[in-house]
Design a protein around this ligand. Structure first.
Ligand code: LER
Ligand code: MN
Length: 262
């Protein structure tokens, strides 16, 4: 299986996991394409201020497929949290995820549930919030991302994420597997991906140190074997610090070679 590779483009606020800054995102899309990538993930803080038509036009112009939206910037910038005991904070977070879902429906993209769950909080409130979002937008796929223990207390491993996903029991809720977090939290890459099975909706790639793949010691060969075994058909998006040098990200071919995919 040749999974499409992509980069993250921030459109409103900066992220450390992109070579691009948000000021001129249409130009960034052009650079993604020029580098040879076929897909893109957008980091959007607030979808209400984004012009869907110009986004559609730019994606078509460059022939890029928009595969997913990250939502976590609203946690850092506005303090929103899906698990907050403060009902005003939680309701705002739910409304924000639903705004993302509305946009994702238009672009047939996945909504990522990462840091918007909160750093600490109440697991049953998180369950209620995610359930409400997945029920309100049954045609949109949501991917819950296990994040390492230093970023959140809630849902660090694939097993924990699956527990919540199965409890909610919605077909449109699955998992995002991020190699960086899994390197900290999982016993084995193969075991974690086997657990995900068909619930695996999306994948983030970074090396063990969150640098560009090939500059750390993450076992990518094991990842490819496990993804083949579960029949993964989604995309692979690079979510890494642009280190040791961003230039390594600006050729899809070079990244594929470093990943051992060529
Ligand atoms: C989000 O995808 C993620 O992996 C977080 O670590 C970003 O801070
Ligand atoms: Mn990630």
């Amino acid at each position: 299986m040749e999974w499409p590779l992509g980069l993250i483009v921030p459109v409103q606020d900066p992220t450390p996991f992109s070579v691009f800054t948000p000021e001129d995102w249409p130009q960034s899309l052009g650079q993604v394409r020029a580098a040879g990538y076929r897909v893109v993930e957008l980091a959007v803080t607030d979808p209400q201020t984004l012009d869907y038509d110009s986004l559609r036009a730019m994606l078509d112009h460059y022939g890029l497929q928009l595969v997913a939206f990250t939502t976590g910037q609203a946690a850092g910038k506005e303090g929103l949290s899906l698990s907050s005991p403060d009902i005003r904070v939680r309701e705002k977070a739910i409304a924000r995820v639903q705004a993302h879902a509305k946009m994702a429906r238009r672009f047939q993209a996945i909504v990522i549930i990462g840091l918007l769950r909160g750093k600490s909080g109440n697991l049953s409130l998180l369950f209620e919030s995610i359930k409400e979002c997945t029920q309100a937008y049954p045609e949109v796929r949501f991917a819950l991302e296990p994040l390492n223990r230093y970023e959140t207390e809630l849902i660090n491993s694939v097993a924990e994420a699956l527990g919540l996903v199965e409890l909610i029991g919605a077909d449109n809720l699955g998992l995002l597997f991020d190699t960086f977090h899994s390197n900290i939290e999982e016993r084995s890459v193969r075991e974690a991906l086997t657990l995900c099975g068909e619930r695996l909706f999306h994948v983030h790639l970074a090396d063990s140190n969150r640098w560009i793949p090939g500059f750390g010691h993450f076992p990518f060969a094991e990842l490819w074997e496990a993804l083949e075994a579960v029949g993964y058909q989604g995309a692979l998006v690079l979510e890494c610090l642009p280190r040791p040098d961003p230039v390594w990200l600006l050729s899809e071919n070079e990244v594929r070679r470093r990943l051992g995919l060529l």
